[in-house]
Ligand binder design. Structure first.
Ligand code: 3PY
Ligand code: MG
Length: 259
């Protein structure tokens, strides 16, 4: 189970990805040429649906991008579908409590860690992939180790309990959603506000102390460079649709200087 997000984290190497909203295998092939490590197929905030993800995951892999999926809720059925389709990890928005995260572990991880339901699927060659070298139990262990469960920290509840949440066995890391987190803090969009800076650093440190991955989201390259400097091992920068928009907008504005 290839997972460069996990491998780079374990090797202490920085890792970078972006969100995809474009619902397009062609755009994933383009992103594969940019040096990004992974793409997050976003079921929460884009027209991408579960039925599209089954086609977009192999397209991402072919493009050399590790496919993570942001699910759009805490629904067991959707968790299984995304993992069975070969998602390298699930990012889960709007979690609030320790109990919720324990339930997420029960959906996303096989026994003895959790209670993920089993079926031979494309994620390991329908039972014929190398993950089955040591039988079904071997596959289940491999899937538990190499398929990431990453709750988002973007609510007051999650922030309050972040040290406990990140320490849960079966949680592989935390993804910080700065937009919703800033809303939860009562300072929407004020990423330079001391309360936001303190919250983000608290999550980063909690992850570091637990030996877990911490992914920071931001909108542009300068912010991404800043978060790498701050010590984040992994940064998700931008959304493909916005990168297309800003790139072409800048091109049009520059070209118009000749008119
Ligand atoms: C947020 O900033 O709230 C996110 O969820 C990032 O997509
Ligand atoms: Mg959010």
């Amino acid at each position: 189970m290839e997972n460069i997000v996990l491998d780079k984290f374990k090797a202490g190497q920085p890792c970078m990805g972006t969100f995809s909203h474009l619902l397009s295998a062609a755009s994933l092939r383009v992103l594969g040429q940019t040096g990004l490590d992974y793409v997050i197929l976003d079921l929460e905030h884009s027209p991408i649906g579960a039925e599209h993800v089954t086609e977009l995951i192999p397209a991402a892999r072919q493009a050399g991008l590790c496919p993570l999926v942001r699910v759009n809720g805490m629904d067991r059925g959707q968790f299984l579908k995304m993992l069975d389709a070969g998602a390298a990890g699930l990012i889960v928005p709007l979690v609030e409590t320790v109990e919720q995260v324990q339930t997420l572990v029960s959906y996303a991880k096989f026994a003895p860690l959790g209670g993920r339901g089993y079926c031979p699927t494309v994620d390991a060659g329908w039972g014929f992939g190398p993950e089955y070298a040591n039988g079904m139990a071997g596959y289940m262990n491999t899937a538990n180790e190499r398929t990431l469960l990453i709750p988002q920290c973007e609510t007051a509840g999650c922030l309050e309990h972040i040290e406990e949440i990140v320490a849960i066995n079966g949680v592989d890391g935390i993804f910080i959603g700065p937009f919703d987190l800033s809303i939860a803090l009562g300072i929407p969009g004020q990423f330079d506000h001391p309360d936001h800076i303190a919250a983000v650093e608290r999550v980063r440190k909690a992850c570091e102390a637990a030996g877990k991955l911490c992914i920071m989201f931001c909108g542009d390259a300068d912010a991404a460079a800043g978060y790498f400097r701050q010590g984040f091992p992994n940064v998700t920068v931008g959304i493909d649709v916005l990168t297309l928009l800003s790139g072409m907008k800048q091109t049009v504005e520059t070209a118009k200087r000749g008119l």
